[in-house]
Design a protein around this ligand. Structure first.
Ligand SMILES: Cc1cc2nc3c(=O)[nH]c(=O)nc-3n(C[C@H](O)[C@H](O)[C@H](O)COP(=O)(O)OP(=O)(O)OC[C@H]3O[C@@H](n4cnc5c(N)ncnc54)[C@H](O)[C@@H]3O)c2cc1C
Length: 471
């Protein structure tokens, strides 16, 4: 079949996740003609919501299968929410956190996720002191990191040679402290999730510098779900938005060296071909690796696409008739080395009256879990929730899981991470354009990579650069 040929556009954006849609909106506002091509049948990528199946007598309610939280320093994303009139509510966390470690279970009026807050848990004081002494050293390392990409840091080579596990082994002395940092690596923000033996120490230290948990990036939730944003951004694109067509190839003519030329780039799917003057590829580097580029990409970019793995995470949302855990003084935050769920949190929208727990199955736990049958996976998650909060966890109204590594056009959650050696080999390739091809997507952001905020920053940055190129 001969591919359908579209009329010439100024810019084609490949990928209709948050980054691509933000880039397209900005370019359209600056008067350029834009096409957006998305592989999946819907827009949104890692930003997607799903209705709960609650029966006809209940008010419809939504849960986010992808990203959901927003923090006070996510200024770009907060502005976007405001411009669409989307309302937020504080992420519920009143009450005691549950910590489960080995055979020990305790509740405490504090929290830790990379940083400790409030009262410490009642683990043996030697364990906690060991974790806190190592945390102090980790925070010193974090403070030495730049806010921009870290591969030009004076110690980048040495830090990038090590895995985070190397650092854990040489800075902790108790199993609890070792787990504290491994949990931090798996469960927090844009660090993958990755297992600590997989990820570069440079990546982890910089991640905490540029996307600090101390800024409370999980402070607020969005009524109706963050997953409603992509469709709002896509409004008005009309037939400039092509869905369900993975881009297979991007060809640039050898003369695509300066502005003013007509069609110099061709974006090709199985069904259509899109001539344009510049392209923004807005997706994780690993997914861009499935696109054939002519002229060929340089070696450092190819290594980036090959090596920057997506996080190993599944998200599970479990809905109950009410947030019953609060009746026993619990916050709904559970942290622990349980067989499956290392972190869960209360995500109940007060306007629905429902209780919703968001649970994460990450790292090698996720690999074992995803090999189980559907009923076993459900039972495994519910048993861990019951261990954290009590047996009522076993009787939900609805249970929804999203196994992100199985999503063909995303490939993982929350975001991508760098193994040892990759930052120093390929860091420059994250943002360096390839002729008239520019890169966006949360992974390339210099601030809040892995978060919505980073996706917005990357989309705006790429759009600004392309608008300047095209004059
Ligand atoms: C489970 C989970 C929880 C998260 N929690 C949070 C949170 O609470 N707060 C927060 O700020 N962030 C969170 N995130 C991260 C946040 O969702 C992402 O940072 C953001 O949505 C990434 O947007 P993006 O546009 O960069 O990439 P993506 O959303 O991955 O978009 C890339 C798009 O490109 C498309 N694509 C891929 N290949 C092709 C191709 N060949 N041709 C055409 N299109 C293609 C994909 O289908 C996709 O739509 C979470 C993510 C997940 C998955």
């Amino acid at each position: 079949m001969t591919p359908r040929a579209d009329p010439l556009k100024d810019v084609v954006v490949v990928g209709a996740g948050l980054a691509g849609l933000v880039a397209a909106r900005q370019l359209r506002r600056s008067g350029l003609s834009v096409g957006v091509i998305e592989a999946a049948p819907t827009v949104g990528g890692r930003m997607v919501r799903s209705p709960l199946q609650l029966g006809p007598e209940r008010t419809p309610a939504w849960v986010d299968l992808g990203g959901q939280w927003v923090g006070p320093s996510h200024s770009r994303f907060l502005a976007l929410l405001e411009s669409h009139g989307l309302r937020r509510f504080p992420s519920p966390h009143g009450g005691e956190t549950v910590l489960s470690f080995g055979t020990h279970r305790c509740t405490f009026s504090g929290f830790f996720q990379g940083f400790p807050e409030g009262q410490p848990p009642s683990v043996p004081s030697g364990d906690w002191d060991d974790a806190m002494a190592a945390l102090k050293q980790f925070q010193d390392l974090v403070a030495s990191m730049p806010e921009g990409h870290p591969h030009h840091h004076p110690d980048a080579d040495a830090l990038d040679r090590l895995s985070f596990q190397d650092w854990i082994d040489s800075h902790t002395h108790t199993p609890f402290a070792a787990w504290y940092f491994a949990y931090f690596c798996r469960a927090v923000g844009f660090l993958g999730p990755a297992e600590p033996d997989q990820v570069s120490l440079l990546h982890v230290a910089w991640g905490q510098r540029t996307a600090p948990q101390g800024d409370h990036p999980e402070e607020d939730l969005i009524h109706g779900g963050a997953g409603q944003v992509p469709a709002l951004l896509a409004e008005g694109l009309g037939d400039a938005l092509v869905l369900g067509e993975p881009v297979r190839a991007i060809h640039q003519s050898e003369s695509a060296t300066g502005p003013g030329l007509e069609a110099t780039v061709e974006v090709i799917t199985d069904r259509s071909s899109h001539p344009c003057r510049a392209v923004i590829v807005a997706m994780p580097p690993a997914r861009a690796g499935a696109i054939h580029f002519t002229p060929a990409l340089p070696a450092d970019r190819l290594a980036l696409q090959e090596g920057m793995a997506m996080g190993n995470c599944s998200k599970v949302l479990v809905a109950y008739g009410r947030p019953w855990w609060r009746e026993s003084g619990l916050s709904g935050i559970g942290i622990g080395d349980r067989p499956w769920v290392e972190l869960c949190a209360d995500s109940s929208d007060p306007e629905t009256g429902l209780g919703v727990l968001a649970a994460f199955v990450v790292g090698r736990r996720r690999e074992r879990w995803s090999a189980l049958g559907a009923a076993q996976r459900r039972a495994a998650v519910l048993e861990d929730l019951a261990a954290y909060f009590g047996p009522m966890a076993l009787e939900p109204l609805d249970y929804v899981e999203k196994n992100w590594p199985e999503e063909p056009f995303v490939g993982g959650a929350f975001a991508a991470w760098m193994p040892p050696g990759l930052w120093t080999r390929s860091g420059d390739a994250l943002l360096r354009p390839h002729g008239r091809v520019y890169w966006a997507g949360t992974e390339v952001a210099e601030r809040w990579p892995g978060f919505f905020e980073g996706a917005v920053e990357s989309g705006e940055r790429a759009a600004t650069a392309v608008a300047a190129l095209l004059g």
